[in-house]
Design a protein around this ligand. Sequence first.
Ligand code: 3PY
Length: 394
Amino acid sequence: MDSIVRRILQLSDPEIALSKKVSLSQNELIVNSYRFQFQKPLILAIGKASVKMANFFLSKLNKYESLVVKPRGDNLKLNGNAEVIESSHPYPDESSFEAGKKVREYLLNKEYDLVILLLSGGASSLVEDPIPPKHVYVDIMKKLITSGIGIEEVNIVRKHLSKIKGGRLASLSKSKIVTLVVSDVPGNDLSTVGSGPTHADLSTVHEAREIMRWLNLQGEEYLEETPKKLDNVWEFLILDVSEVLRGLNLENSYILSSEVRGEAKSFGAFLASLMNTQYIPFRRPFTLLFGGEPEVHLSGKVGKGGRNGEVCLSFLEWVRDEKFKLYAIATDGIDGNSDYAGCVVDGKTKLSKLEIRRSLEEHSSYQLLERTKSTVKTGPTGTNVNNIYVLIAP
Ligand SMILES: O=C(O)C(=O)CO
């Protein structure tokens, strides 16, 4: 594996991050100098990073009740005892509802004196107990997720259609909850990561309704208000994309944004425009670093593609300089509907403007990237701090 990709994945490893930030003994958890005592903790791990986050705890606390909900087929191994549910992402299905039921059962029926919730991106789809009938909920989610709107708006709707999200999970708990978060959301809004199951939610039914109307979605009669105040939750951010960008520590490098948003192909064109700018205030050799979640608005024909594929292609469409290398990597190992984490392109990656345009239009970036051997395959990584872009000007 390329050394930069390897480094990105190491720095995104939630187990390593937990081992640096959390101190744990048989009856005490310390995070950011906050101390939480327990005799009988309940460990719930939900999201793409659930196995690795749980492993940190299970290696030390293995005789307690634990539930891990992870994406189906990620092949990650748990080092301890826990009930494991393999669930569905990015669209919820019956397994998500089974996981939602289990989470409720654990919180309502088990005995515990502290809940340790290990939360990461992906949780929104992996665990659900929906307010609408399941088929109605699944239909709304398919349309909502493919609409291309930002994750904050998607999750405002999710939170108001759920018995788990938007702080409701915390309302089910009989004890304090400590939530440790690996963020995949640009800006780290904790009410958005995994749809904030333990975060008092400031968004409203009114906003959710507006979003549904804007997207022409049926089902607004099922929207319900979320808790606006919770007093049993302590939340801590354990890892995010900024920390990974900082940790990369590449020579002469500059972090220009950890909150990339907007159209993926516009971001690619913007990166090219930086390379084309004559008086850019960086002296070669330099490296520019970005993190975030550019969006793809699907329309018409859809091939094998993803946001990172589109960033690479539109960069190639516009860049004039030949001395560059661009990495576009999804830290969860999955870019769009492809089985690639992303791509690496450089001055030798040759494609015509016309084929790039056609491919962007058909959202089939990986056909071209496979041909030019520009793909990066990692498999599911067991983490998710969103996407990282490394632009090297040698
Ligand atoms: O992926 C999810 O679960 C989100 O909604 C963002 O963290």
